[in-house]
Design a protein around this ligand. Sequence first.
Ligand SMILES: C[S@@+](CC[C@H](N)C(=O)[O-])C[C@H]1O[C@@H](n2cnc3c(N)ncnc32)[C@H](O)[C@@H]1O
Length: 293
Amino acid sequence: MHARTPKNFVLEENLERYADFIEPAPQGYAGRWAEACCPIGGAVARADGATHPGRFREVRLDLGCGKGAFTVEAARREPDVLFLGMDDEPLCMARAGGLAAERGLENVVFLAWDGHRVTEAFAPGELARIYLNFPTPFPRKRQARLRLTDAACLMAYRRILAPNGTLRLKTDSRPLYLFTLEELAAAGYKVLWTSGDAREDFPDDPASGYEDRLAANGAKVLALEATPGPAPLNFSPTPQRGLVEYLPQDLAELDYVPLGMEGTVRNMRNREARLWARGRKGNGPADGAGKAS
Ligand SMILES: C[S@@+](CC[C@H](N)C(=O)[O-])C[C@H]1O[C@@H](n2cnc3c(N)ncnc32)[C@H](O)[C@@H]1O
């Protein structure tokens, strides 16, 4: 799941060329993003043609934004909202900065920063929304704390979300989606809506790079929106769990293998097929060993 480098792409050159769109030290702006990023002259054009003086109407974060396709398209559609894309992969930041420059947008900035330190980049209540589009699933148990929907991360987002601020998740991974629902409950969030097919339910939403790619591979996009409810009284970190625990018992039910779990599912299907061949299982192999690859 690494960003691919185009031929002749020199990372440092691109980071420098698009430096106006890339912020490597976002802590310096905490609490003043809406004003600090306002274009010189101070009037922000609104979608309805009016202007908004001195500051953006609200600030939204696209956390783990990758190469910025969603961030840039969302920013183009809502010129009075400041869109901040955050990713810890420098190559993604260089590509995202290039895309923003190409579109000539004034309401998008990319933050080269680790999402686990997101509270350093924003003041309490500063964000109207956090988007998590296809967050890296980190399926293994020992990687569980790296997931950006781990309950400890969700507790951190509570601090920087505005009252009534929301978190929107999109993913191709049912295991990650089910895991996230549990973590949201542990961190005291209220789920406002869920969708089992967001492309069908919200066909006009801007798509992220992974959304386009995975939907073309047959993925259904699962989505939800949640808002912080009353804070849990005694929060303690949830147990670390592998996403394999969220796969269906019967792998025949799995008609799409989520990103990042291809090897796991292939191994499980091969194992089932071997057990079946040795006569240790009543049913046939899930639906053909190796189909998941
Ligand atoms: C599967 S990609 C999705 C990219 C984009 N949101 C999309 O939908 O096309 C996940 C992205 O999350 C980023 N990421 C993973 N962990 C992160 C972290 N702790 N902080 C910031 N970015 C992170 C990765 O570098 C990668 O670009």
